[in-house]
Ligand binder design. Structure first.
Ligand SMILES: [Zn+2]
Ligand SMILES: [Zn+2]
Length: 378
């Protein structure tokens, strides 16, 4: 079980964005790898506080976290498992502090060559409320760049090999002396000639021009868990565009677009359905069929039901994402007064009007108060 992000940063749940930034900066400085001589515990802590910060500093992600916690994150922020270089990148981005270990882990300290990652692909996924209720698998067709089949993504013409880069001697990086917050150090940055790859293509493949990628199309299946909300996104790691010359792939990000169902009003996991009943059903009670996202359901209308009363069908709302269980379906009742009467109906109603009681004034006042309160809670 992951530690609560607010606890990680040591801030209260209602703290401001500025508090979050301040708390993170302080903690990140304390457990920054540059200050802890390769202490693995500090490094883990640095990654964790950065993860927490990355979620809580963003108002949308914070709202989703407040609502769904870590479980929801599995689908919401699945990219939120930082390795050290990603964590250092966040720290550098927000505080503009370049650090020795930052450059070393980013660019490999002379051992690893930087390989450029491909772009992320963003797709919109249209869902119906029924699909949200049950969860679904969507198939999307994506046009993007794919690995070149002629050179197997290497960018070099068949039978040729890329050659060592003359600028960096194959290390993929250039070094220079620089000043940081923690003192003087050697910066290591990617070689401008080979963009960090360490090699250059001398005989480019004709099909892809040496890039290693060509235009292509692919079909991807996306599993959508039940209970997702509009504008949520799902991240499929490594399903985006490949990097040039077999570089790592970007991610596929599916943004959810849930079609409104005119039958229901959505309040989080709860749904509201407006049901019209006749005057006699209201007075005598009735057994009625109402729609739910899972099909029809039976509802018993009690004798003496008033307009505005709400019946609750437990667990007939939407699934709770990451928590298990379902929300409720609230059936809001409206008593329908007939607008056209046949001669027979008129006769019966006139007869009823001679013997019916007037509504009790005091009680109806109280009654409407109750209804208003109940609806306010929806
Ligand atoms: Zn180079
Ligand atoms: Zn090629």
């Amino acid at each position: 079980m992951k530690q609560d992000f607010y606890e990680v940063l040591g801030v209260p749940r209602d703290c401001s964005e500025a508090d979050i930034k301040k708390a993170y900066r302080k903690l990140a400085m304390e457990c920054h790898p540059d200050r802890n001589n390769g202490d693995k515990g500090a490094e883990e802590r640095f990654k964790l506080v950065t993860e927490a910060y990355e979620v809580l500093r963003d108002p949308d992600k914070r709202a989703a976290y407040d609502r769904y916690g870590h479980q929801g994150q599995r689908t919401d922020f699945s990219s939120m498992h930082f390795d050290l270089s990603e964590a250092l990148m966040v720290f550098m981005r927000d505080f503009g502090i370049g650090t020795a270990s930052g450059f070393e882990s980013l660019f490999g300290g002379g051992q690893r060559r930087e390989r450029r990652r491909g772009h992320d692909i963003k797709v919109g996924l249209k869902l119906t409320l029924a699909e949200v209720a049950s969860g679904t698998t969507k198939t999307v067709r994506i046009k993007s760049l794919e690995s070149c089949p002629d050179c197997a993504g290497t960018g070099s013409k068949a039978g040729t090999q890329p050659v060592q880069c003359g600028t960096c001697g194959g290390s993929g990086e250039v070094r220079r002396q620089a000043q940081s917050l923690f003192g003087q150090f050697l910066t290591v940055s990617p070689c401008p000639t080979c963009a960090g790859e360490g090699t250059v293509v001398q005989n480019p493949c004709e099909r892809c021009g040496g890039d290693g990628r060509v235009r292509g199309e692919k079909t991807i299946q996306i599993d959508v868990p039940a209970g997702v909300a509009d504008h949520h996104y799902l991240t499929l790691r490594g399903q985006g565009v490949p990097g040039p010359r077999n570089g790592p792939r970007g991610d596929l990000i599916a943004v959810l677009d849930i079609k409104e169902d005119p039958r229901f009003e959505r309040h989080g996991d709860d749904l509201v359905y407006d049901l019209a009943i006749t005057v006699t059903q209201a007075a005598l009670g009735a057994e009625i069929t109402v729609p739910t996202p899972f099909g029809q359901s039976r509802l018993r209308i009690e004798p003496g039901t008033q307009t505005g009363m709400a019946y609750r069908l437990r667990n007939k709302g939407l699934p709770r994402l990451g928590e298990g269980g379902h929300g409720d379906l609230h059936v809001r009742v409206h008593v329908w007064t007939p607008t056209k009467l046949t001669a027979e109906q008129r006769k019966l109603l006139e007869k009823l009007s001679e013997i019916e009681d007037a509504p009790p004034e005091k009680e109806t006042g109280k009654f409407w108060d109750t209804i208003r309160r109940a609806l306010g809670q929806l």
